[in-house]
Write a protein that binds this ligand. Structure first.
Ligand SMILES: Nc1nc2c(ncn2[C@@H]2O[C@H](COP(=O)(O)OP(=O)(O)OP(=O)(O)O)[C@@H](O)[C@H]2O)c(=O)[nH]1
Ligand SMILES: [Mg+2]
Length: 303
């Protein structure tokens, strides 16, 4: 074994909306996980790979840990909490604040049960005064015995290089798991579905976005290879939501489609013909069968 090369797994955990996906995208230098202002954006575990001369870090972005209100929520929290046990180092992201809520205490309790090293990342420091940061560090230090504490801004790229070198300190020597071109384990169809969900999250106001799932019905490259046809369905929970997603004379759906198509074209590096449909599946987030059908399969966690 190469005694210089390090490799291992780093999990990003924390409450919803603290910036886990934003930070992971920033660290690997590519947008793989979708992000939004709305909490509970990430629903599945998303694996990405960072490779450099020193070694390889496999990042696992997880859904925000929260009080689940339905079966989909339970699934999401389960994904996040199970990930804790399977990694070499944990990056726990928090808001820059001196207020520690029940959500943070719950996470601290989970971490007490395991011995994995924990790096506290105080994110979004671009939104606070520099002088305040020491106070935040002091507050969090009382909550848990962290191995390291790093303040940063994932959005502005402040202090994020320190995170990489810090992670390597906690990784074992080991082989390169993936070739250096590998960025993610997410299938292309999945990334495309997520882009459409992200654009829906961005375009729609409160309440509705949480009840949305996106399914790719078909995705085919035309012969000649310069254009891909994609048919996708946005699933929502109520007839009234369907009306809002479609919008006046289809304006909302058109906006979501245009924004998604633009980004999918960048990703696939070719023209895309995107057709979107909207379907109602009442209360799908509480149906074991439907949540599995839409890609949130508890069995997959055992793979
Ligand atoms: N000002 C500021 N905003 C940030 C920073 N990092 C993330 N954000 C914003 O915070 C919001 C949530 O970011 P996400 O990356 O989606 O958060 P998340 O923790 O993955 O959220 P869930 O997937 O819902 O658990 C987005 O609007 C981001 O642009 C930061 O360093 N500074
Ligand atoms: Mg996320």
């Amino acid at each position: 074994m190469n005694e210089q090369y390090k490799s291992g797994f780093a999990a990003l955990i924390g409450r919803p909306n603290v910036g886990k996906s934003t930070l992971m995208n920033h660290l690997i230098g590519q947008k793989i996980a979708i992000t939004s202002k709305k909490p509970q954006t990430t629903r599945n575990r998303i694996q990405t790979v960072y490779t450099c001369e020193e070694g390889q870090i496999v990042f696992l972005d997880t859904p925000g840990i929260h009080k689940a209100k339905n079966k989909l929520g339970e699934y999401m929290v389960n994904v996040a909490e199970r990930t804790l046990k399977e990694v070499d180092v944990i990056l726990w992201l928090v808001e820059p604040t001196t207020f520690i809520g029940a959500g943070e205490r719950h996470i601290a309790e989970q971490l007490e049960k395991i011995s994995t090293p924990v790096i506290l990342i105080i994110n979004k420091v671009d939104t606070v005064k520099k002088e305040e940061i020491l106070e935040f560090i002091d507050t969090y230090r009382k909550l848990y015995d962290f191995d390291e504490i790093i303040p940063c801004s994932a959005l502005r790229g402040i202090n994020t290089e320190d995170i990489i070198s810090c992670i390597f300190r906690y990784l074992p020597y080991g082989p390169q798991f993936y070739d250096e071109d590998t960025i993610t384990d997410q299938p292309m169809r999945q990334i495309v579905a997520e882009i459409i969900r992200e654009k829906s999250l961005h375009a729609l106001s409160e309440e509705i976005p949480h009840g949305i799932a996106v399914v790719i019905d078909s995705m085919k490259e035309r012969s000649g290879g310069r254009i891909t046809d994609i048919d996708a369905t946005i699933i929502c929970e109520r007839d009234s939501h369907k009306g809002i997603i479609i919008g006046k004379q289809g304006a909302m759906l058109k906006k979501i489609g245009t924004n998604a198509r633009y980004e999918i074209e960048q990703l696939l590096e070719q023209k895309v013909n995107l057709k979107l449909w909207v379907k109602v599946k009442k209360d799908w987030r509480d149906s074991d069968f439907l949540i599995k059908n839409f890609g949130y399969d508890p069995k997959k966690l055992d793979e």
